[in-house]
Write a protein that binds this ligand. Structure first.
Ligand SMILES: Cc1cc2nc3c(=O)[nH]c(=O)nc-3n(C[C@H](O)[C@H](O)[C@H](O)COP(=O)(O)OP(=O)(O)OC[C@H]3O[C@@H](n4cnc5c(N)ncnc54)[C@H](O)[C@@H]3O)c2cc1C
Length: 567
């Protein structure tokens, strides 16, 4: 059925948030509180009050929190500004960080650093599950009248004459050939005076908005893929209050990497491993890297007798200040990871995302007060950002990714220490970075022993596991009979050019075994691409790392995807 032939319902709200992450929820809550403050002042001074706006948050997950994955050790600065009594109000802290540590690991040794680098000092921070944080924040939002619709995926931005009008949600009940099934439900148009994109990392609407409105930052966005596992360890191995960060050497010298370990409640530990996507190696495999790390003596000892509880993966926006797009256009603003607000130097994005949302909310109050939702008023968001601690924090981290991009050894031994004493400047400012996929080398550019895909370790099924096995611990569910939400523009390219030039890197970089080159029964000796979209954990790695940029991550039916309870 052609799109034009579909009759769609539409609804209108004043403020629409896309994505129920910490950035959107903090923003919406702050918006309500700021309107109250505005009206109180107006009543006292005889000024104009703002009519209570309709505020709607839509979320693609079946329930708020289900698509949330983070470390997470959380700087309380933003939540304390949003809700000074957040502890009394039941903020879901697992433990407070009481001892932070930094380790250098090799495959056979564990070396505890006598000093903790400043970016890894986390004492007084809250170890938490971001999934639980957003569930808690969502309750607070609903209590002040904000509507939240889970199971609604924004498929595209609606625009008219250079202004954002709102979004269209995806159609439901379409079969794999694009034909409506008995359960067909057309997507609806949600129109708003202002649309706030809080989609998190590499959002599909955000991508469209930045491209259509020319909002690109100085540098392109860059990313890393984080693999997270939660394990239940033996009680004697559990150390509440412990926060460990570290890196694996000598791997680090060719490609920067990082791990974390945070103790949660009930003998659970959050373990994660982060791998950049600007690798020259076409076989760069974040899942494999995280499994290899678990074979270090430290992890073997920690996980001896432990039980795997959950698995997931998500990309992390690493570009920081110089990758931040223009934050606003007529009718829309960008907040949180959608606008690269994560501070990669500290692997901290919860408090920065929340603060960005709060600053955007203050500009929206001005827009509601004046009835002007154009850049003239929404641009006040940028001014507020520039005057805030959030901007200062980003200035200090602004050349972190660029430094490591030049070479990890240059970054760690020279430029990052210099950045720490020059307020983020370092030797070169700004350092230009490149889209991640451009770094990938063709097979013939590699040393012969590196051309073949390597199975670095055999998975033992106790400590280390295959992607297929681990996806079972992500709670992921997608209807199989629907068009794949992973749209590959040219599948012939996969079977021919990509196979020859890069050896099909999608089989390596995807942490959920979505992409598989299988025998092509129509062409003896040839391979064809099989997409297991039902495995997709919504990490977006494929859309970022594909060297030809022919893979586009789009939203599946609302309510599908991983179940990241506890993550
Ligand atoms: C591996 C990893 C480890 C991390 N560790 C830490 C840490 O220890 N401390 C810390 O402070 N930060 C950490 N972060 C960063 C932090 O989690 C993020 O910066 C933060 O969650 C960003 O918040 P957000 O609201 O911008 O986006 P998100 O939390 O990503 O929320 C976006 C929401 O939007 C929804 N959505 C997306 N697209 C659509 C759509 N089209 N329609 C409807 N809904 C949509 C998503 O399902 C999601 O629920 C980590 C991140 C990762 C990936």
């Amino acid at each position: 059925m052609s799109d034009a032939a579909i009759e769609r319902e539409s609804m209108e709200v004043d403020v629409l948030y896309v994505g129920a992450g910490p950035a959107s929820l903090a923003s919406a809550y702050h918006l309500v509180r700021q309107i109250e403050a505005h009206n109180k002042k107006a009543e006292q001074s005889g000024g104009d009050t703002i009519e209570t706006p309709t505020i709607l948050i839509i979320e693609k997950a079946a329930a708020v929190g289900d698509h949330q994955l983070s470390g997470a050790v959380v700087n309380p600065r933003a939540i304390a500004e949003l809700m000074p009594d957040f502890v009394e109000q039941g903020f879901p802290t697992e433990h407070m960080c009481t001892h932070d540590m930094f380790y250098a690991f090799t495959r056979s040794m564990t070396i505890k650093s006598p000093i903790v680098p400043p970016m890894f000092k986390k004492r007084g921070y809250h170890v938490a599950s971001v999934s639980n944080i957003v569930k808690w924040l969502a309750e607070k939002c609903e209590a002040v009248g904000i509507e939240i619709y889970p199971g609604f995926a924004a498929k595209e931005i609606l625009t008219e004459n250079g202004r954002v009008l709102g979004i269209r949600t995806g159609d439901m009940g379409v079969d794999k050939n694009g034909k409506p099934k008995g359960t067909f439900q057309p997507g609806m148009d949600i129109l708003a005076k202002v649309t706030v994109l809080g989609e998190g990392v590499h959002g599909n609407c955000t991508k469209q908005l930045i491209a259509d409105f020319g909002l690109e930052g100085l540098n392109p966005p860059t990313y890393e893929t984080g693999i997270k596992e939660i394990w239940r360890v033996k009680p004697e191995k559990h150390q509440p209050g412990r926060v460990i960060h570290g890196s694996l050497y000598p791997d680090f010298f060719t490609q920067i990497n990082g791990m974390w370990l945070y103790d949660m409640k009930d003998n659970l530990v959050s373990y994660g491993f982060v791998t950049p996507l600007n690798s020259s190696d076409p076989h760069n495999d974040p899942h494999m890297a995280s499994q290899v790390f678990k074979t270090t003596p430290f992890m073997r000892d920690l996980l001896d007798g432990a039980e795997l509880v959950r698995y997931g993966a998500k990309t992390v926006p690493s570009g920081g200040l110089y990758s931040q797009p223009k934050l606003y256009c007529d009718g829309a603003v960008l907040i949180g990871d959608s606008a690269n607000f994560l501070n990669i130097m500290k692997l901290s994005g919860v408090h920065t995302g929340m603060k960005s949302g709060m600053l955007a909310a203050e500009a929206i109050v001005d827009a509601l007060a004046t009835g002007d939702f154009s850049t003239a008023t929404l641009g006040g968001y940028m001014e507020r950002y520039r005057a805030s601690w959030l901007y200062q924090e980003h200035m200090e981290a602004r050349n972190f990714t660029g430094s490591n991009d030049i070479a990890p050894i240059f970054g760690m031994a020279v430029n990052i220490p210099l950045m720490l004493i020059t307020g983020g400047r370092g030797l070169i400012d700004p350092i230009k970075t490149h889209p991640d996929h451009e770094a990938m080398k063709k097979l013939w550019e590699l040393a012969p022993e590196k051309r073949k895909k390597r199975q670095e370790i055999e998975f033992d099924g106790v400590l280390t596991f295959s992607k297929e096995h681990l996806v079972g611990f992500s709670g992921t569910q997608h209807e199989v009979d629907q068009p794949s939400h992973l749209v590959v523009a040219d599948r012939d390219l996969c079977a021919t050019t990509c196979r020859e030039e890069y050896g099909n890197p999608c089989e390596s970089f995807c942490p959920a075994a979505v992409y598989e080159m299988v025998d092509d029964s129509d062409k003896p000796g040839a391979k064809k691409l099989m997409i297991h979209h039902e495995n997709c954990v919504h990490c977006k790695t494929c859309d970022i790392a594909d060297p030809y940029q022919v893979i586009t991550w789009t939203t599946p039916e609302g309510g599908e995807g991983p179940d990241y309870t506890l993550m």
